[in-house]
Design a protein around this ligand. Structure first.
Ligand SMILES: CC(C)(COP(=O)(O)OP(=O)(O)OC[C@H]1O[C@@H](n2cnc3c(N)ncnc32)[C@H](O)[C@@H]1OP(=O)(O)O)[C@@H](O)C(=O)NCCC(=O)NCCS
Length: 163
C-alpha cells in the first residue's frame, strides 16, 4: 500500500480548553440546550425539550440522535435527527431536523463537527443519504448546509390550512 505523503494535521492538544467534544446529550445538558434554543428563537420551551429528550436522548438507539458539542465543558451547540425507513417512498435516510450553535461560538467549525458526527452515526446505522428541510428565507442555515455539500433534493414540501 502506498503511504500518504500529505502532511499530518496538527492535533488539538489533549484537554485544551477550546477543544470541541461531540457526544450524546445527557439530562444535565438540557438547561444549556434550552438556553441556546431560547437565545436563537426567542422562546423558552421547557416541555418541548423534555419531550425531545425522552424521544431522542437515548444514546442506545442509532436511529435517533441528539448530540451536543462542548467547548471548555460548556454546551455550545446541538444537533438532532433520525433515520426514517421508507417514508416519502425513499430507502432509509438520515434526516437532520434541528441544529443550533450558540451565537457566541459560531464560525469556529462547531456546526461542521456536529453534522459530521451525526453523519457518522447514521452511516453506522446503514444509511447512505442525509436530508433536511429548511425555511426558504433562512440564508444562514442554507449557506451552512451548502458548505457541507448538501444540494437541492428530489422532494418538495406541500402544505395547506386545515381551518
Ligand atoms: C448554521 C449554524 C449551525 C452554523 O454553525 P457554525 O458553527 O457557525 O458553522 P461552521 O463554523 O462549522 O461553518 C461551516 C461553514 O458554514 C458556512 N457558514 C456558517 N456561518 C455562515 C454565515 N454567517 N454566513 C455565511 N456562511 C456561513 C461557511 O461556509 C462556513 O465555512 P467557513 O467558516 O470555512 O466559511 C449556526 O450559524 C446556527 O446555529 N445558526 C442558526 C441555526 C438555525 O436557524 N436553526 C434553526 C433551524 S434548524
Amino acid at each position: 500500500m502506498r503511504k500518504s505523503t500529505a502532511p499530518a494535521r496538527a492535533a488539538a492538544p489533549a484537554g485544551a480548553d477550546d477543544a470541541i467534544v461531540v457526544r450524546p446529550v445527557r439530562r444535565a445538558d438540557l438547561d444549556q440546550v434550552i438556553d441556546i434554543d431560547a437565545t436563537v428563537t426567542g422562546l423558552e420551551k421547557r416541555k418541548y425539550w423534555a419531550s425531545v429528550f425522552r424521544r431522542y436522548g437515548s444514546a442506545e438507539r442509532a436511529e435517533q440522535q441528539f448530540l451536543v458539542a462542548l467547548q471548555g465543558g460548556r454546551v455550545v451547540g446541538f444537533i438532532i435527527g433520525e433515520v426514517r425507513d421508507w417514508e416519502f417512498g425513499s430507502p432509509p435516510c438520515g434526516w437532520v431536523f434541528a441544529i443550533d450553535v450558540d451565537p457566541r461560538a459560531r464560525l469556529g467549525g462547531i456546526g461542521t463537527r456536529l453534522l459530521q458526527a451525526i453523519s457518522e452515526r447514521f452511516r453506522s446505522a446503514g444509511v447512505r443519504q442525509l436530508r433536511t428541510l429548511l425555511a426558504l428565507d433562512n440564508t444562514l442555515i442554507l449557506s451552512f448546509f451548502r458548505s457541507q455539500g448538501m444540494m437541492a433534493g428530489p422532494l418538495i414540501s406541500l402544505e395547506m390550512d386545515l381551518d
